[in-house]
Design a protein around this ligand. Structure first.
Ligand code: ADP
Ligand code: MG
Length: 505
């Protein structure tokens, strides 16, 4: 029985909703597309089948910290035949790992790593039981833009003779789901889609008059409300700035986190936050995906989100323990213009592309460095995706540049990224309505984005009426005092025995 295995391997008595369905379908050889809320236990949906199977399960994960976190957790549960392989694995470790792959049951790796011929060739000689894409919305969100290796995963899977694939995420709108199916070539997948609603997260949106007001309001929240909390900002500089500001203006332990930090530094901040040595982290969206911290009480955004799905994903990090939590979005009127600018920034003109393409010559080997460095000086993120497209279109074949018409290809590249910008603009429109609308229920708006029916719940959001009072620290203190008065009961509960409090007898 699956339940017995669940107990013997993980010590859990029963499955959480959705887990068993997903596991059974996957084990029966079906492709699965699953959407389960944050904190539900998505990892288990592939860890259990992976551990029970004969072969190796490959888990594609977008972030290094996520991989390390999960492997550490499994090891602490006594599950040892697991490993991570990513760009930070050092040479010796990598060599050792590649020669010992047959001993491993779960291999966590990145889409980029799966482009290494050495790894692929080795993996081809091993039976691959399952191919898992965790945080599968990244396929659609990043694949078309700057992590083209996400779009190469279907070929990788083909190399492994198409093992059953599980694409799993907490947030994917219906169109993103379609994109995932297409890009991973899922065959007639089994769907397990749950509502994105997180009843225990209350929603609030506040429009401030100025950036100064916004900072003051932030300080007020951080100072008065029960932590741990996350503060999301848009740029690296902002993460550092707000963290500093809060360190100076509050008595709370605050750190910052962004993609520009050294790897070790990032790991340290994550660990300190996990261990409760930091109360608040000011971070860019690089932080928090898959973070298994249960007691985050609130998430504050200091900018207009670019997209509702990402917003839902980020606020979903609150209240994984199921206890009441809240999400606040603080904006100023200008924030929506910054958001527009950010989306537009992704655009390169036809002339830019023609310039970069001019470094390529038909009949010569493709040298990615010169092409990529030109694209990178204009827009750092799109070089790899452009190379991917050139390969798809046959401009680059077996490492050789073919004869091609620069202008035509430049137009095609511009069009590709324009379509992407259009897609992002459409997403931004919904996000702006969420951030600035004052009449519609906030929860209803989030659900609508995912084609879900509105629901009525109490408490819900600032439009439906909301009191964040119970989250204030002083209220909690009062509760603690009450508990002290009831210390006798508390002791009884904890120790299961009667003891009198105070004067030991
Ligand atoms: P998600 O990826 O869905 O956000 P995780 O996979 O990180 O969630 O799991 C969240 C927590 O739930 C983990 O601590 C995990 O051990 C726990 N968990 C998973 N499945 C079960 C279960 N069947 N019973 C109890 N706890 C579970
Ligand atoms: Mg997860």
């Amino acid at each position: 029985m699956l339940e017995d295995k669940l107990y013997s391997l993980f010590g859990f008595q029963s499955f959480k909703p959705g887990q068993k369905d997903i596991i059974e379908q996957l084990m029966a050889g079906k492709d699965v597309l699953a959407m389960l809320p944050t904190g539900r236990g998505k990892s288990l949906c592939y860890q259990l089948p992976g551990l029970l199977s004969e072969g190796l399960t490959i888990v594609v994960s977008p972030l290094l910290s996520l991989m390390e976190d999960q492997v550490q957790q499994l090891k602490s549960q006594g599950i040892r035949r697991v490993a991570t392989l990513n760009s930070f694995t050092n040479k010796e470790e990598r060599k050792w790992l590649i020669s010992h792959l047959s001993k491993i049951k779960l291999l966590y790796t990145s889409p980029e790593m799966l482009q290494s011929d050495e790894l692929i060739n080795r993996l081809k000689s091993i039976h691959i039981s399952y191919f898992i894409i965790d945080e599968a919305h990244c396929v659609s969100y990043w694949g078309h833009d700057f992590r083209a290796d996400y779009l190469r995963l279907k070929d990788v899977r083909d190399d492994f003779k198409m093992p059953p694939c599980l694409a799993i995420t907490a947030t994917a709108s219906p169109s993103v789901r379609q994109d995932i199916i297409k890009e991973l070539a899922l065959k007639d997948p089994f769907f397990y889609i749950e509502s994105v609603n997180r009843e225990n997260i209350l929603l609030a949106v506040e429009e401030m008059n100025s950036q100064v007001d916004k900072v003051n309001r932030l300080v007020e929240y951080i100072q008065s409300y029960e932590s741990p909390a996350l503060v999301y900002v848009q740029t690296r500089a902002q993460a550092e700035y707000y963290s500093h500001k809060l360190q100076v203006e509050s008595t709370i332990r605050v750190g910052f986190y962004h993609g520009g930090m050294e790897n070790a530094e990032r790991m340290l901040i994550q660990q300190q936050f996990m261990n409760g040595q930091l109360d608040v982290v000011c971070a860019t969206s690089a932080f928090g995906m898959g973070l298994n911290k249960e007691n985050i009480r609130y998430v504050i955004h200091l900018h207009c989100p670019l997209d509702i799905a990402s917003y839902v994903q980020e606020i979903g990090r609150a209240g994984r323990d199921g206890k009441p939590s809240f999400a606040v979005l603080l904006t100023t009127p200008e924030d929506k213009y910054y958001a527009h600018q950010l989306v537009e920034r992704g655009k390169l003109s036809e002339i830019d592309w023609a310039w970069a393409l001019g470094t390529l010559q038909g009949g010569l080997p493709f040298k990615s460095e010169s092409f990529e460095s030109i694209v990178e000086t204009i827009n750092g993120d799109q070089a790899r995706t452009a190379v991917f497209l050139l390969e798809q279109w046959g401009v680059i074949k077996n490492g050789m540049v073919q004869a091609f018409a620069i202008t035509d290809v430049a137009v095609k590249l511009r069009n590709h990224f324009d379509i992407n910008v259009k897609r992002q603009k459409k997403r931004l429109e919904s996000a702006i309505t969420y951030a600035y609308g004052t009449e519609q229920c906030k929860r209803g708006q989030l659900l609508h984005y995912f084609n879900e029916e509105p629901i009525s719940q109490k408490p819900c959001c600032n439009v439906c009426g909301l009191d964040l009072g119970p989250f204030r620290k002083d209220k909690r203190k009062k509760k603690e005092n009450e508990t002290l008065l009831n210390a006798k009961e508390e002791l009884k509960r904890i120790f299961g025995i009667e003891r009198s409090c105070g004067h030991g007898n």
